[in-house]
Ligand binder design. Structure first.
Ligand code: GAL
Length: 696
């Protein structure tokens, strides 16, 4: 069902290129005209409820002129759509949808459950969340609801149902966003009861739970389910992990009651998503994504300028939730209001960032927000028009982007990034490391990025995925800090290597089991026999240690694992130099060939140059042949492709110059300059310059 909805969308996209679009305009082959179906969408968050209706047409006219293709509306409009209990007013929404349609602007509707109205929280105070310190949240902000509360779910799902009945078949509504940025759990007694019931369902008996959490430690043994508390930072590791899993399952259930109502009353062509938050980790995004049609996230830089590596990894993470293209549902029009220093992105950077988004597999980029409300908590946030309703300086840059999306749409339609390399990421592992970092500098995201950046610069596309998904399509799978694995995940990795895959395990890998308890074997636990070696001891480092071997000479920092080789077929790749005595001369990285595959363990957090050499080795020994192209510093290449029947894959390159200098890139073969004209064999990019090139 889920798959069909989205495949359906893609087929429609492709058909739409050669078809007649709403409004009776025939689309040319090289430029997509705005309409409800676009291969690439430019969007903006619009809040018609905050403005007199007499103003809407002027706003939509300006949006149309800026080539905005969709607006996301209603995600905070509960008090306007249901001014008192059971009295729904959707007429104004209908008028906004129709007026947008007149301007050839499609609509994504948000369900408003992130901001319950005052009548609701005062009539049903049990729907307010209880903070961790036991105090009740109250009205006046947003996200003050209790996600585990049955009454709240009932009221939110009734609202979703009313919206879906009214707009589920509306030709100008292309999709749905449920709620907005799930974030806060609730900690009251009713939630605790639910948590205890969840534990009972998972563990069956208290004996089982006590054994798996080793509760004899510090006399934590439970003799009744009601004794089990909620702990979020220094509890028993099994308890901490269970709470986060409960939180994730509860968000999924919270989402599902709304989602089911929308599905029941809507066309399959309307997608359902929610807007997530990159590396935010308050819940397991793989759990919550699985019922959605597409993944989406809100991509904000905050202070400073865009870091294309870190931001790119967040895109690839989001693409990994459902392992296909995604949407950027919100991004900053220049600057935000909530960061430390709310500097603006430089002139040209907003456009460069949007193309970087598309390069990583986004099919839509949407600005938050169109126009600032005259009052409310976010008066200083960046917008595309001022409070006076006229364009701000950034407007023209965004309008250029809109024209470019239309121009490049047909070339990029149906294309996706395809990777031969996957990085494994799991929330369980991140949480487990973060609860017991052992060295405060050991940030699991930084550990992931230490592999991601060098790998991406060689292979130009990396998937970031869960260790539970099939891996056979990858030539190389790298698992940085994959601390905690279930038995099924261990089997998945073993099958991958036995099937000829090349697996690289980074520091702290396979130390824990599915209950956040230690594996009874040394790291990498059940993968040790396959590796032919193990971790003898781990050391949190207070200073760098030298390393040398097949990848040259360099250093390790933060964390070092002393490895040993138990099998004559295992090969020592790197050794530590003189440091704390324990590590001196000991293996720092080892590898073993397994049939046509291999398994490698890297026990050191390598410096940049040594990691580059390690990555070169990984790529070569996995039989990957990266594109041969020399990119000047600061220039990023993104490759998207689609299978073309009979004609081989259709490939589109996006080049973005994040460097400070003008860059010239020689192409390996002539390509079509999609944003410019004709065939080119080299491109010259100003700082923040962009080229979209099609290989055909
Ligand atoms: C997002 C949120 C939006 C808006 C925006 C401002 O996190 O979803 O509603 O507040 O931040 O940057």
């Amino acid at each position: 069902m889920k798959v069909n909805r989205v495949i359906g969308c893609f087929i429609t996209f492709v058909v739409a290129i050669s078809a007649v679009l709403p409004g009776g305009v025939a689309a040319s082959q090289d430029q997509q005209k705005p309409g409800p179906k676009m291969p690439l969408y430019l969007g903006a968050a619009w809040y018609p409820e905050q403005w007199p209706e007499s103003r809407w047409d002027a706003d939509l006219t300006l949006m149309e002129e800026a080539h905005i293709h969709f607006v996301r509306i209603t995600e905070f409009a509960w008090s306007t759509m249901e001014p008192s209990e059971g009295h729904y007013d959707m007429d104004w929404v209908e008028r906004a949808v129709r007026m947008a349609e007149k301007h050839r602007i499609a609509v994504v509707l948000g369900t408003p459950s992130a901001a319950p109205p005052a009548w609701l929280t005062s009539k049903y105070p049990e729907t307010l969340r209880t903070k961790e310190d036991g105090r009740k949240d109250e009205h006046g902000n947003r996200q003050q609801f209790d996600w585990s509360n049955a009454k709240y779910r009932e009221l939110a799902s009734k609202m979703a149902e009313q919206m879906a009945i009214r707009f589920g078949h509306d030709p100008n509504v292309i999709g749905w966003q449920i709620d907005n940025e799930y974030a806060n759990a609730s900690f009251g007694p009713a939630t605790r009861l639910q948590f205890q019931a969840w534990l009972k369902a998972r563990y069956g008996t208290l004996d089982n739970l006590n054994a798996r959490w080793t509760t004899s430690y510090w006399s934590q043994t439970y003799s009744d389910w009601s004794q089990i508390p909620i702990e979020t930072s220094y509890g028993n590791p099994g308890l901490l992990l269970s709470w986060r899993r409960f939180v994730s399952d509860t968000w999924r259930r919270y989402q599902k009651v709304q989602l089911d109502k929308i599905r029941e009353h809507s066309d399959p062509r309307q997608f359902i998503t929610t807007n997530m938050m990159g590396f935010f980790d308050a819940y397991d995004h793989y759990t919550v994504s699985q019922d959605l049609d597409i993944a989406a996230w809100d991509d904000y830089v905050g202070t400073g300028q865009l870091d294309p590596v870190r931001n790119g990894a967040a895109h690839d993470l989001t693409r990994g939730f459902l392992r296909k293209n995604f949407w950027v549902m919100e991004t900053q029009p220049g600057f935000v209001n909530w960061s430390k220093d709310n500097n603006a992105l430089n002139k040209g950077e907003v456009r460069a960032m949007a193309w970087h988004d598309i390069g990583h597999g986004a099919d839509a980029v949407s600005y938050w927000q169109w126009r600032s409300a005259l009052n409310g908590q976010e008066e200083y946030h960046g917008t595309l028009v001022g409070a006076d309703g006229t364009p701000v300086p950034l407007y023209d840059e965004v309008a250029q982007l809109g024209r470019e999306f239309e121009r490049a749409g047909p070339a990029l339609s149906g294309t996706e990034p395809h990777s031969e390399v996957a990085l494994l990421h799991s929330y369980d592992s991140r949480w487990a490391v973060n609860w017991q970092r052992h060295n405060t500098a050991f940030d699991p995201i930084e550990a992931l990025l230490s592999y991601y950046g060098p790998l991406r610069s060689v292979v130009h596309s990396v998937d970031i995925i869960s260790p539970s998904v099939p891996l056979t399509q990858y030539k190389l799978v790298v698992a940085p800090a994959l601390n905690l694995l279930s038995d099924a995940q261990v089997r998945n990795l073993m099958d991958y290597v036995h099937g000829g895959g090349h697996l690289v395990l980074g520091q702290r890998s396979v130390m824990k089991n599915d209950d956040n308890g230690l594996q009874p074997e040394r790291q990498p636990g059940p993968l040790g026999a396959m590796l032919g070696g193990r971790v003898e001891q781990f050391y949190a480092l207070d200073q760098e240690v030298p390393v040398a071997g097949d990848w040259g000479s360099g250093s390790g920092k933060i964390w070092a694992e002393q490895l040993s080789v138990k099998d004559p077929q295992a090969h020592v790749l790197m050794r530590y130099g003189k440091s704390n005595g324990w590590l001196d001369g000991q293996p720092a990285a080892i590898t073993r060939v397994v049939g046509k595959g291999s398994i490698t363990y890297i026990g050191a957090w390598l410096d940049g140059a040594t990691m580059d050499a390690a990555v070169k080795w990984m790529v070569e020994s996995s039989g990957i042949h990266p594109l041969s192209i020399k990119l000047p510093a600061g220039v990023d290449l993104y490759v998207r492709s689609r299978e073309e029947t009979g004609a081989g894959p259709k490939t589109v390159w996006i080049l973005v110059n994040f460097g400070k200098e003008v860059a010239t890139i020689s192409l390996p073969a002539e390509m079509t300059d999609v944003l410019g004209s004709g065939r080119v064999s080299a491109v010259k990019l100003d700082p923040y310059g962009v080229a979209v090139l099609s290989k055909e």
